[in-house]
Design a protein around this ligand. Sequence first.
Ligand SMILES: Nc1ncnc2c1ncn2[C@@H]1O[C@H](COP(=O)(O)OP(=O)(O)O)[C@@H](O)[C@H]1O
Ligand SMILES: [Mg+2]
Length: 320
Amino acid sequence: MRRSSNREYSGRELQQDSLVEARSTVFERDVAVTGSEEIDPMIPAVEFRNVSFSYDDKTVLNDLSFKLEQGEIKIILSGSGGGKSTILKLILGLLKPDKGQIFIDGEDIAPLDEDELQRARDKMGMVFQEGALFDSLSVYENVAFRLQEHEVPEKEIEEEVRSLLKFVKLEDAVDKLPSELSGGMRKRLSIARALVGNPKIVLFDEPTVALDPPTSGTICDLIIELRDLENVSSIVVTHEMDVVKYLTSEYVSVDEKGKLRFREDRQNLCLTNTNILMLRRGREIFSGTGTELIESEDPYIREFIRGTEMLPEDHETENQ
Ligand SMILES: Nc1ncnc2c1ncn2[C@@H]1O[C@H](COP(=O)(O)OP(=O)(O)O)[C@@H](O)[C@H]1O
Ligand SMILES: [Mg+2]
């Protein structure tokens, strides 16, 4: 996932120019159309308080508490079957906890009726692991779909779709079908779709799985831009250590000429706005920065850091 050559870097800079412009267009339009809801930086974007959840008699989450602060990335790590996707479904209100409470921007979502839940969901964008793209619709139509459902005027839809496709660098693929795209392009399309309506909370379920390292890097860059330039709060579910390193050590800012500047320091995995939560058997076994993760003496964590993938939970013996 390393980017090294200067040529590549200046290529990125060129593309970034249009990115800033693209995102600011979305911003202006959204503020004008929907008004911007004030966000209190002291209230977590998402909070789990002593949440337990089981499918029938299988306990998936056991007394889990964590906070996703405003503008933060929370990376959630576990082996497969560790409950990561379940956490995202609980946040979206698609599942309800057996015990405990879940707060979105300080609001307990348990008592909400379906309309109120939908209002909470509108603040969120979800990038599904499988993409959840409509195979018979074009790239443009996939992004436009939700806006058309809400009967937004066609001119506004076009403006938003084009700016989002520019942000994910798919503006040259508007008329293609998902089947004509590479894995990385499909993932970027899923991200564009999740960003419709300018959500302040974005949930990424294994966004880089099955992508080669450079492609995975471009996805991480988009996640970093949302964090550093848009103050989006994100949860990134993954089991890849490369992604952890990338997101905890790279940041982006806009220089005086309006160009994006990515900086990375792989020796220091300790950006304060990017934290890791690691689960095992439904419980938290680690919470902290990337550096703290790397320095952990816990044998299970050390095993994870050495390998690129974690053991599926089902492959472990119960009394390990
Ligand atoms: N709808 C379901 N019904 C029953 N068990 C489920 C269901 N969805 C997931 N599970 C089980 O719950 C556990 C956690 O699943 P999941 O949250 O998808 O894990 P992860 O995303 O970390 O791989 C797994 O053992 C999985 O088999
Ligand atoms: Mg999953």
